[in-house]
Design a protein around this ligand. Structure first.
Ligand SMILES: Nc1ncnc2c1ncn2[C@@H]1O[C@H](COP(=O)(O)OP(=O)(O)OP(=O)(O)O)[C@@H](O)[C@H]1O
Ligand SMILES: [Mg+2]
Length: 371
């Protein structure tokens, strides 16, 4: 567990970057620091591994004051992914990943094969290991940075905007991979981002900082969305926070039986039928939904070209937001619900999901302002 108590950093010249910060980052969890540019996120991170010394206050790891620890020993137990990658440009990718173990005396004979394993772990083809960082995309460089931080197998990882240099689609993939990885390796992680969506997706706990390095709120994402401590936090979470909060609660909503047609067969043959709007759900032979089609001719076989793109799938027993997304993104406006194996369960309607949300809200105790 990492604990900051009354930590203040005043830089020479007078700027207070971090002001009397109390923060706890529990073991094997992801604690996210989020806030506007210049609010002291990087400074806070660097006070944990003593790249910056606090002006006052204490930082402890598992009860041990970092100030009393030898900085080299301290940093051996802490992986650090710095803002903007920070790879050595004149070393190959795999040599970058092996840098810390080799610095600690490990031979390249064992360090380089291990580096290639780590590259694979973060989703980089090990064949890219012989390239130089400038020959990789920004997102690939960031993954290499993550692999490098993992190389010494440290119990603690500090990550400064590790996924910032990539476009939204790749970013989402990286986030998913990262959550999968963390479920396996269970590091104690403090991560910085200025993206509130990323904070809510990745954080077990989220600390919202305001300019001047003051902690505005430290809570689970669910609590943060349900009861922001003040107007600053509410603004920072944005206008659609109510919608995002739906991502957490699973509830039962009506699921209707849906007539389907197997790809390559005709609507008429299958005994299926298009609804009155003409949309019919197309599946494979294992009853996995493939998409919607509006074949028009019930006697012609439905082909891949008939499939309309778009439409997310809702998982049975999953959050209400997933069900609402599925219904609203479906061309037929019927949201496709699947079980854990991706097999069709039925379809849901946006209006009915909204009714469930509304009645759940009515049941909740009248909510006053917290704190
Ligand atoms: N070495 C320094 N000397 C003086 N002031 C500094 C120094 N480093 C940071 N600061 C100031 O401290 C404040 C916090 O900086 P910090 O880098 O921690 O912000 P940040 O939250 O990481 O911002 P960003 O999101 O832009 O990375 C800023 O006002 C910055 O100008
Ligand atoms: Mg920063």
């Amino acid at each position: 567990m990492i604990e900051l108590k009354g930590v203040t950093k005043r830089f020479p010249g007078g700027a207070v970057a971090v002001d009397d910060l109390d923060l706890t980052a529990p073991d094997r969890a992801i604690t996210v620091l989020v806030g506007p540019s210049g609010c002291g996120k990087t400074t806070t991170l660097r006070m944990i591994n003593r790249m910056i010394e606090p002006t006052s206050g204490t930082v402890t790891i598992d009860g041990e004051d970092v100030h009393a620890m030898d900085p080299a020993r301290l940093r051996r137990g802490i992986g650090y992914v710095i803002q903007h990658g920070g790879l050595f440009p004149h070393h190959t990718v795999e040599r970058n990943v092996a840098a810390v173990p080799m610095l600690l005396g490990e031979k390249s004979r064992t360090a380089l094969p291990r580096a290639r394993e780590l590259l694979e772990l973060v989703g980089i083809d090990p064949s890219l290991g012989k390239r130089y960082p400038s020959q990789l995309s920004g997102g690939q460089q960031q993954r290499v940075g993550v692999a490098r931080a993992l190389a010494a197998d440290p119990p603690v990882m500090l990550m400064d905007e590790p996924f910032s240099a990539v476009d939204p689609v790749v970013r989402e993939q990286l986030q998913e991979e990262f959550l999968r990885l963390q479920a396996e390796i269970g590091k104690t992680i403090v991560m910085v981002t200025h993206d509130i969506d990323e904070a809510i997706k990745l954080g077990d706990h989220v600390a919202v900082l305001r300019t001047g390095g003051v902690l505005a709120q430290l809570d689970t994402p669910r609590e943060l969305l349900a009861s922001p401590a003040d107007g600053f936090v509410a603004d920072f979470l944005g206008r659609d926070r109510g919608y995002r909060a739906l991502g957490f609660d699973a509830a039962d909503y009506p699921v209707h039986e849906e007539a389907t047609v197997v790809l390559g067969t005709a609507v008429g043959d299958a005994g299926g039928h298009a609804d009155s709007d003409g949309w019919v759900l197309v599946t494979d032979e294992g009853n996995h939904p493939l998409g919607w089609a509006r074949p028009g001719d019930a006697h012609g076989a439905v082909t891949e070209e008939d499939l309309a793109l778009g439409g997310t799938l809702a998982r049975q027993g999953g959050p209400l937001r997933g069900a609402l997304d599925a219904a609203l993104s479906s061309p037929s406006r019927r949201g496709v619900v699947v079980d854990g194996d991706g097999v069709l369960v039925g379809t849901c309607r946006a209006t009915e999901v909204l009714e469930v949300i509304e009645s759940a809200e009515r049941r909740q105790a009248p909510s006053g302002a917290r704190r």
